[in-house]
Ligand binder design. Structure first.
Ligand code: PMV
Length: 361
């Protein structure tokens, strides 16, 4: 598939008005995307677990306009107008207009809400851009009823990528790979792909408890973060490592080899942070409580042999990953040892999910 394949067929119908709703989940990367080329092309391939509970629900209503010379929309977040989100959405809509040229024909009302608590430090850009992209594709499906289902989801992922890179991995479940890789057939820099190889049953219901160490604004936006990889002294090695990690993951995911899974996933998390600590300017996004939690996970794993590990986003929160069979034990460990390091003792239980769903209203 090339960019041209995402240009639409001539539209057959133009309803006067309508509305669609989609719910899209967040995702957590096992092999991280960090560094990109214009426009939203990843410097290295990545792979993530699609989550379930942490999700954004977006409703998009549309009404035909008299003059179709510009993009116009109103934005509501959790029931209230949210003008400070508008520039990001405006940029996104301008970027995708070429691929969904009905945009200028309608005035849109976008109503969006997150399942996770407000300012929990969980980035909503992946789930938010994925939900909005699916809504746009749903409108396109009304204009072109012959649109094929595979293309529908591929193009939703393609559009989501143009809003926020990792959002392209929030359309489908359970494991999604993004970025061209010689040993992964059909992998693409343009959209996410449901992981095409065999995956051990243990990974299907894998748990992710998000420990909310710091709920405020991230210290480094991902836009700035990706830029730090330009001219970074270790960038070339890091990008190669991500390619290698994807190769190494293939037998690990197939055989359910948790020991090697843990090694690889934790190395990815710490490498992401090491890249930020060694860039110019440099950043330290972990907080003292992040480190306390990591130490406690290592000690607990050593003592109990429970296959629990951590990964990190570009922030201080810790994602605790473990098989669902270990849930009771790990929940007790979280309550007894880890919750005290979370802001207001807060954490969110989530697990690997099946991807975005349409909401029938
Ligand atoms: O999608 P962005 O541009 O917000 O970048 C996300 C980058 C990480 O979350 C740190 C890693 C990843 O692959 O999701």
């Amino acid at each position: 598939m090339t960019e041209k394949d995402f240009l639409p067929n001539p539209y057959q119908e133009f309803p006067d008005k309508g509305g669609v709703s989609w719910k899209a989940p967040s995702n957590i990367a096992l092999v991280k995307y960090w560094g990109k080329k214009p426009v939203q092309i990843p410097a290295n391939p990545s792979i993530s677990f699609t989550l379930d509970n942490c999700a954004t629900t977006t409703s998009l209503s549309f009404a035909k306009k008299e003059k179709s010379d510009s993009i116009s929309f109103d934005l509501m977040f959790e029931g209230r107008p949210k003008d400070d989100f508008k520039p990001k959405i405006q940029t996104f809509l301008e970027r995708v207009e070429r691929y969904v040229p009905f945009l200028k024909a309608y005035h849109f009302t976008i109503e969006t809400s997150n399942s996770f608590p407000h300012s929990s430090g969980i980035a909503s850009s992946a789930s938010g851009m994925a939900a909005l992209s699916l809504c746009l594709m749903d409108v396109e499906k009304q204009l072109d009823p012959d649109l094929d289902e595979t293309l529908f989801y591929q193009k939703a992922s393609y559009l989501a990528r143009l809003g926020s890179g990792s959002a392209c991995r929030s359309i489908k479940g359970h494991l999604v790979q993004w970025g061209q890789h010689a040993n992964i057939p059909n992998s693409s820099d343009l959209y996410g792909l449901e992981y095409p190889f065999e995956v051990h049953a243990d990974f299907k219901g894998y748990c992710d408890t998000i420990l909310l160490v710091h709920k405020g604004q991230k210290q480094v936006s991902s836009t700035v973060g990706h830029q730090l990889m330009h001219g970074h002294p270790y960038a070339a090695n890091r990008f190669q490592q991500a390619f290698d990690h994807l190769d190494q993951l293939k037998p690990i995911l197939k055989n359910g080899d948790l020991e090697d899974f843990i090694k690889l996933v934790e190395s990815e998390a710490l490498t992401l942070h090491a890249m930020m600590m060694t860039s110019m300017p440099c950043f330290m996004l972990m907080k003292p409580d992040t480190l306390e939690i990591i130490q406690k996970i290592w000690q607990y794993r050593e003592e109990t042999k429970t296959p629990v590990c951590f990964t990190l986003d570009a922030g201080a929160n810790v994602h605790l990953l473990y098989p669902s069979s270990e849930k009771d034990k790990v929940c007790a460990f979280i309550e007894d040892e880890l919750a005290q390091h979370c802001e207001n003792g807060q954490y969110i239980h989530d697990y690997v999910g099946a991807g975005a769903v349409k909401i029938n209203g």
